[in-house]
Ligand binder design. Structure first.
Ligand code: KQY
Length: 364
């Protein structure tokens, strides 16, 4: 069994690497729940397949899948994608999966956070979440990785980004939300991040762009491109629903320094030209608590929700006029990587995007 270590990454000299550091593989979870994914999950399964194929040009992909969908997923995915049965509640492995940490001796371990579906009984998005809360452990068992259990500390991988050199960026809207760790003060939450990610500096951005789904994950708003450089969503259009968050975050980040005292270089990344909205039939199964979704509803569509892989960047596309501009801007941030766009409207209809549905395991 993968061991539970009774210590913290900081005490043992393990740190979370930046996403831009070399990776070994990417994990995903096959989507199926008909109360979240429209039309029985069939359109989104095609989008997940395309994301997995795009990633697998650069590095191996493992797809976790429920018993009931195993044969279907195996059949839809190309042979080079490993398909492994694992019970789950939904497909957001960024949030319920492990956060891998490494040391300079080439050893890997992982942090297993508490997962409560983005707010538990206060404002969580589904119940139960027990299977998702075991995904981190199951991935670590598969990979023979020992884990640190962050007991009673709720956190999702999409709510923070690190530079691998001592800095983490996150949002107050999410980490200080009522449904996560109301028993802890802001300072105590900072201390947990410092211990478990092995960082010295926490940059607190105020808000994210999706108060209702993830309570404002940072991975729709900003990320590290490399140490000392961040990307931040941007629009000049005052009518854009994300205008205020763009202004506030950009103006804060250009004045920030990181753990090493470097002033951050901030790259602007466009928002879609036209707010992305639900289009067409939206047949989802009704369950207690289902939030009705209708043609024309605003989607949390951000180009920031990309995934960095070895030699590439996999970027959401929405069929918007700014799709090409976003690819150009991201290419300029990552001149040594191939930028690949994938049409992911169906994923955004379910509440997230490429970064939310993937989790990287770093190289040792
Ligand atoms: O990381 C995410 N963006 C997850 C969102 C979950 C949405 C469920 N409808």
């Amino acid at each position: 069994m993968a061991k539970r270590i009774k210590s913290t990454p900081k005490k043992d000299g393990f740190r979370m690497p930046g996403e831009f550091e070399p990776q070994e593989e990417i994990f995903m979870i096959w989507p199926e729940r008909p109360d979240n994914w429209r039309n029985g999950g069939k359109p989104v399964q095609e989008a997940f397949t395309n994301v997995a194929k795009a990633i697998s040009r650069f590095e191996p992909v493992t797809m976790l899948v429920s018993a009931g969908q195993y044969a279907n997923a195996r059949n839809k995915l190309p042979a080079e994608i490993r398909v492994v049965e694992a019970s789950n509640n939904d497909s957001w492995v960024r949030d319920c999966g492990p956060t891998f940490v490494k040391n300079d001796k080439g050893e890997l371990r992982a942090v297993d956070w508490e997962f409560n579906a983005w707010g538990g009984l206060v404002d969580g998005l589904y119940f139960p979440w027990d299977q998702d809360n075991m995904i981190a452990q199951k991935i670590c068992e598969l990979e023979r990785i020992d884990t640190y259990k962050a007991e009673n500390f709720v956190l999702e991988g999409g709510s923070f980004h690190v530079d691998g050199e001592g800095t983490v960026i996150t949002t107050e809207m999410c980490l200080l939300s009522e449904g996560r760790n109301p028993h802890l003060s802001k300072t105590e939450i900072e201390d947990m991040l410092k211990e478990y990610l092995n960082v010295e500096k926490v940059i607190w951005v105020k808000d994210g762009i999706d108060p209702d789904e993830t309570n404002g994950h940072i991975d729709d708003v900003a990320c590290f491109v490399k140490p000392g450089e961040v990307a931040c969503i941007w629009t000049d259009d005052k009518e854009d629903p994300f205008y205020q968050v763009c202004q506030d975050t950009y103006n804060q980040l250009v004045n920030e320094t990181d753990a090493k005292g470097r002033k951050l270089k901030v790259h602007k990344l466009t928002t879609p030209e036209k707010a992305v909205t639900l289009q067409g039939d939206f047949a989802i199964d009704y369950v207690e608590g289902t939030i009705p979704r209708e043609d024309g509803d605003l989607c949390i569509a951000s180009y920031m929700n990309f995934l960095i892989v070895n030699g590439g960047v996999i970027v959401p596309q929405y069929g918007d006029k700014n799709d090409a501009l976003a690819l150009e801007q991201i290419q300029a941030m990552f001149p040594d990587r191939e930028v690949v766009g994938v049409q992911t409207r169906e994923v955004v209809y379910g509440g997230g995007n490429i970064h939310c549905i993937t989790q990287q395991k770093p190289q040792k």
